[in-house]
Design a binder for this molecule. Structure first.
Ligand code: NOJ
Length: 607
């Protein structure tokens, strides 16, 4: 097909109104653009008890359509000049986040941690990492963000803790057979002298999942399990202390006004206590350390706890599972509210692939009544501008290689198109910091500055995830680009490329062709346009390689993944376009949002 059908199937809404000619380029009215300067802060800083009552509870369904911005604190903004981002830095940029138009901030772990895995190795959940600030700073941030209408989501890492956490230190000291060791997975090794690992599970960071301890007398001791790095011992979720402690942690933060919890490695917590080898083709629920049925009981109790608080306290799971029906089980009404949709993120820039993912996602979510999430990247994933600029633009862990040819111009065009596409899909939307600036992956970081255990555990073959974690450029023409204040005592913890001068907030904020402008406009339209966010979607059949769908009665998204310009369906006006049109045609690798007077047929499919 090479045109948009107007009346063929139930999935094909009629586009009936003749239209005004579209104008080229981003077409929405410019809104007042904010400055890149830190905004003055509200002075009131309520105590934790007061914060609890401040959580807006007027919209219990806020999470179904929310735009959630992921803050990687270490790289967002550094207020004290030590080269590391901090909570004061985030507080100074709340105006930027409000103007961007986000509803909530998800903070990757901000707790005390040796940072062996960027904070996913927590040594104390009730303290903030000293480089990021204090608990009082976190409380102030939560309440100040609320004053801007922005909710806070924290990250909880229940599968493992830091090897420096008191529980693990106590377990090491207490020795084999002690109750302290039962909170973890300590096992004697096999072989004559216990020299072989208890099983052959492979780490998610590649390499072994077991590390051998040393007894107080210096002899080799038991082994302990870690699905990630050795600094991240796995907890034993059959142990009541583990369950109790995590519920206390949730209460601690809910009492401080957080509106949600992102659950790290949410499908890995429970293990088959016999620790058997992984079968060759495990059936549903048969894997010894992934997606075990017992997990659902844990999340039901977390949900009861979340529901006992005023306002909706949202639970979002980090769940990488190939089986989308098993994935959806976590989203039953008494379990998690949502989970990251990694299927979509992992697909290449290809119309059939993305369409298949959207359809499968909507179909899997419908029976459980949960909204989908749309995620283009996060702190673990190659930045979209880089990924979409590659011949193979799919994403999979452990397959990244340095020196992969990349066309950043293509990548940037597609990332712009993808930003609009995902913002138009039904459900909530996640934006990883810096994607709104179109930052590419930094692939030439000096080897001696790399920190990611994935890099080291791959023997240096995988460049790791540092390249998507480089500090943000805010303003100015030379590093640190306003990330740290003038006269800072240290350089940013990872160096920013000189070319990022052109990508700073200051460089983009008044430029209607910039990525930042596009994101702001997209979020503005998404907020104002009826039918966007949660709700039904109706596909419109059109030319090959084009994804077109209606939301509500007056909005159509058209994304062109083909290699030629395509004509637009009938419309009244253009709301926003990721690229200038060519004589009214939508060029390859771009998305346009149309205002229509379309009324979907009565029986249009609804998800
Ligand atoms: C997923 C997190 O997103 C990632 O950054 C971390 O390394 C692993 N879980 C282990 O906690």
């Amino acid at each position: 097909m090479d045109h948009f059908a107007t009346s063929t199937s139930t999935a094909t809404p009629q586009l009936t109104q003749p239209t005004a000619q579209p104008t080229a380029g981003p077409a929405a009215e410019p809104t007042a653009q904010p400055t890149a300067e830190p905004t003055p802060q509200p002075t009131a800083q309520p105590a934790a008890s007061a914060v609890r009552s401040m959580v807006p509870n007027d919209d219990p369904l806020w999470w179904r359509s929310a735009v959630i911005y992921q803050v990687y604190t270490r790289s967002f903004a550094d207020a004290n000049g030590d080269g590391t981002g901090d909570l004061a830095g985030v507080r100074s940029r709340l105006g930027y986040l409000r103007d961007l138009g986000v509803d909530a901030l998800w903070f990757t772990p901000w707790y005390a941690s040796p940072l062996a895995d960027g904070g996913y190795d927590v040594s104390d959940y009730r303290q903030i990492h000293p480089a990021f600030g204090t608990l009082a700073d976190a409380e102030a941030l939560i309440s100040e963000a609320l004053a801007y209408g922005i909710r806070t989501i924290i990250d909880v890492v229940p599968n493992h803790i830091s090897d420096r956490h008191p529980w693990f230190q106590q377990a090491l000291a207490a020795g084999p057979g002690s109750p302290e060791r039962e909170r973890f997975w300590f096992r004697p090794g096999g072989g004559a002298n216990g020299e072989s690992m208890p099983n052959n599970w492979v780490s998610n960071f590649s390499g072994d999942t077991w590390t051998r301890t040393t007894n107080p007398d210096g002899t080799p001791g038991e082994w302990y399990l870690h699905l990630f790095a050795p600094e991240q011992p796995d907890l034993n979720w059959n142990h009541p202390d583990v369950r109790r402690e995590h519920e206390e942690i949730l209460k601690f933060w809910f009492d401080r006004g957080v509106a949600g919890v992102r659950i790290d490695s949410a499908a890995l917590l429970v293990k088959d206590a016999a620790l058997p080898e992984v079968p060759e083709n495990p059936g549903p629920g048969e894997h010894p350390n992934t997606d075990r049925d017992e997990l659902h009981d844990i999340y039901r109790s977390w949900r009861r706890l979340a529901d006992s608080y005023p306002g909706t306290r949202m639970l979002v799971g980090e769940i990488w599972l190939p089986d989308i029906e098993r994935f959806a089980k976590y989203l039953r009404p008494d379990e998690l509210h949502t989970a990251f949709n990694f299927d979509f993120l992992a697909r290449p820039w290809d119309a059939a692939e993305l369409r298949a993912s959207i359809d499968a996602t909507l179909a899997a979510h419908a029976p459980v009544g949960a909204p989908s999430t749309w995620v283009l990247s996060n702190h673990d994933v190659t930045r979209p501008v880089t990924r979409y600029g590659r011949a193979d633009s799919s994403f999979a862990f452990a397959t990244k290689r340095a020196g992969t040819p990349t066309n950043l111009e293509t990548g940037r065009r597609r990332a712009r198109a993808a930003a609009l596409l995902t913002a138009a899909l039904p459900g909530s939307l996640y934006i990883y910091q810096g994607d709104e600036l179109g930052l590419p992956e930094v692939e030439n970081l000096p080897a001696e500055l790399l920190q990611d255990p994935m890099h080291f555990r791959s023997g240096g073959v995988d460049p790791g995830r540092d390249g998507c974690r480089v500090p943000l450029p805010w303003r100015g023409t030379t590093p640190p680009f306003g990330f740290s204040p003038a006269g800072a005592s240290a350089a940013p913890w990872l160096p920013q490329p000189a070319e990022w001068a052109a990508l700073s907030v200051q460089a983009q904020q008044s430029d209607p062709s910039s990525m930042l402008w596009l994101y702001r406009e997209a979020l503005r339209v998404r907020r104002q346009q009826p039918g966007l966010g949660d709700g039904p979607l109706a596909w419109i059949s059109g030319p090959d390689g084009v994804l077109a769908f209606a939301r509500g009665t007056a909005f159509v998204n058209v994304t062109n993944l083909s290699e030629r310009d395509v004509a637009l369906p009938e419309h009244l006006s253009i709301l926003l376009s990721s690229a200038p049109l060519h004589d009214g045609m939508l060029p390859p690798d771009s998305t346009v949002w149309l205002r229509t007077q379309h009324e979907p047929p009565e029986n249009a499919p609804r998800h």
